[in-house]
Write a new protein. Structure first.
Length: 278
């Protein structure tokens, strides 16, 4: 029986690729589909071709049908070194993060698989597995001066994007979560990332090996269980969206919420909302 052709995933246009959040992945996205593959080739095949072109990856990408019914996705990856991949943008972005930050992705997978082995899949995740999923889907990595970080952590939005605005020029920001990247295909104001503070400076458009090694070591079960995430509406970052050049952009209290409102608001802040979970 013939296998139907894959539907090509929705990807940013050449013009849209200039948005700053695509910096870490721009070269890979610009090369899609890889030479020798059609636009509607399976996403797994394209990711394997990109991996081969850059010297390999710690995992191989396979079609979603390779995942046996009833087996946990994370446990399968850990056991076989293969990532089941659907033909959509969500899984394409997951693969691109594997290619750019493989050690961190492998650490997250090891922790998730370990938690599944210890406690089973269950109806509810434990705190470590839950934090790993939040990180994997929606994290952003930020290296920033202390004053900027403290204002962000305390949600002092007017100060963060007003008097402290010039300090953003000293910050480095990278969107890690593939669900967040998928949302940024069609940007909207309330897209909010789980920000993880990074201790070393990095260039999101450059070589990421040092960041990857640092992050893999920093992703410990104890730290993840504490969920030291801070919410950041991504389109509020100076230089990331033209409308935020106007101070009134930050007056929207449904997006730039005071500290303490996120959970009380029933999770309407997208910061605590998970999507596309397997």
């Amino acid at each position: 029986m013939s296998v139907p052709a894959a539907s090509p995933p929705c990807l940013p246009s050449a013009a849209a690729l200039q948005a700053p959040w695509w910096q870490p992945y721009r070269a890979l996205l610009a090369a899609w589909p890889p030479p020798g593959l059609a636009l509607d080739a399976p996403v797994a095949a394209g990711l394997n071709a990109l991996a081969a072109a850059q010297g390999g990856a710690p995992v191989r990408f396979v079609g979603q049908q390779a995942l046996p019914g009833g087996q946990a996705y994370e446990a399968f990856i850990r056991a076989h070194g293969q990532v089941p991949t659907r033909d959509n943008a969500h899984d394409l972005f997951n693969g691109l993060v594997w290619l750019r930050l493989p050690r961190a992705k492998r650490q997250l997978n090891a922790l998730q698989a370990g938690e599944i082995q210890r406690a089973g899949v269950g109806a509810r995740r434990g705190p470590v597995r839950d934090a790993c999923t939040l990180f994997d889907e929606n994290a952003a990595l930020l290296h920033a001066p202390d004053a900027l970080w403290q204002a962000l952590a305390q949600r002092r939005w007017a100060e963060l994007f007003g008097p402290l605005r010039p300090l953003w020029g000293q910050a480095s920001l990278l969107v890690f979560g593939h669900a967040a990247l998928e949302k940024l295909l069609s940007p909207y104001k309330s897209i909010t990332a789980h920000v993880w503070r990074v201790a070393l400076p990095f260039d999101a458009a450059g070589e990421l090996a040092a960041l990857d090694a640092w992050l893999a070591a920093d992703l410990t079960p104890d730290k993840l269980a504490r969920k030291p995430f801070v919410p950041l509406p991504l389109l509020g970052v100076p230089g990331w969206w033209p409308d935020n050049a106007q101070p009134a952009f930050y007056d929207d209290a449904e997006v730039f919420r005071p500290r303490g409102r996120a959970r009380a608001a029933g999770g309407s802040e997208r910061f605590f909302t998970m999507t596309n979970d397997r």
